[in-house]
Design a protein around this ligand. Sequence first.
Ligand code: GTP
Ligand code: MG
Length: 372
Amino acid sequence: PTFLSVANFATVLRVRVPELLEKLQELGFENITNEHILDAETAELVAEEYGFEVNRDDNLGADLFPAPLPTDDKKLKSRSPVVTIMGHVDHGKTTILDFLRKSSIVKGEFGGITQHIGAFVVQTPVSKKKITFLDTPGHAAFLKMRERGANITDIIILVVAAEDSVKPQTLEAIKHAKASGVPVVVAINKCDKEEANPDKVVADLSSNGIDVEDYGGDTPVVRISAKTGMGMKELEETIVTIAELLELKTEEKGVVEGWVLESQVKKGLGNVASFLVKKGELKPGCILVAGTTFCKVKVMKDEKNKIIKVAMPSQPIEVSGWKELPEAGDYGIQAKDESFAKKVIINREKRKRMMEEASQIEEMNQRRIKAI
Ligand code: GTP
Ligand code: MG
């Protein structure tokens, strides 16, 4: 068992309860009675003190997906960058995204902008390369992705309004970018305004730890106006340049992996989730597990509401066929069949319950210690 009382543990160790209590006190556990519940770590520590070799059964802790196979460099194909915009309130994140979204719509495509899947792809005006832009994901989803030690985004655009300069959320964004190690492109927005003072923004960013290009650093700075379109081409091309330096690559074949960006119930379609493919080719019929639910991919649509048959890495799509709504920030992995997907989920649910029980017991212990 993962949790056991001092009395039971004494039996397991074949020592007398008072002796075990003494030992626990020696180890720094105070005010412990024989009904006290020990957590796994403490039990392990004590057992080792008594010369037992601890063999932890971690089976329940492990996910059922087989460990990832080593990647074969020869199978790697280049992929387009995934970009997120961050910055202070009102500095123009939405306006920039709208400008890019509109510019990516070819004349004659209807309903292009209305479809919202939390991400869209543009083709750059000069180099004709693709860039995937993510609508600024919710904070919680972002943190969840970070917890997994992975970055959903390859490049961060740090937007700062030219007349307002560095503000609290600018600093937040800088902190986030540094923590994730993702390269930054600075976009000084609203340069069309009379009060604009882009040079001050550059100076302020520099004194806040951004290694700006203007002062000889590596971080490109582009002066733009999302309102007039000034500098927007340059912004896109700068992203392409950075992406090329990053040499972004992934496996196009093999098990599909990716992120859930958001999810909702849609009329006529049921549970849908927008999904960003990271690896592999997603096709209808694929089984995807995310969190504690799964999906047999029914219909896939791009951001322009067009049905597509294959989604490639870095491509965001809307996927229908989910049994339940997955959560934004969930990592999705392809399972070989439905029965395996169900097994993975049962295991995850069991694990979740155990973690909940563990924290309840921990809380109980804390309260008891306080009460004594
Ligand atoms: P939040 O989502 O609230 O954090 O704001 P945001 O960063 O998305 O800013 P948003 O795009 O909503 O822009 C805020 C205001 O600035 C709007 O009134 C825009 O029209 C305006 N604005 C955005 N970009 C520019 C620009 O380049 N020039 C000028 N003059 N105004 C701009
Ligand atoms: Mg906005």
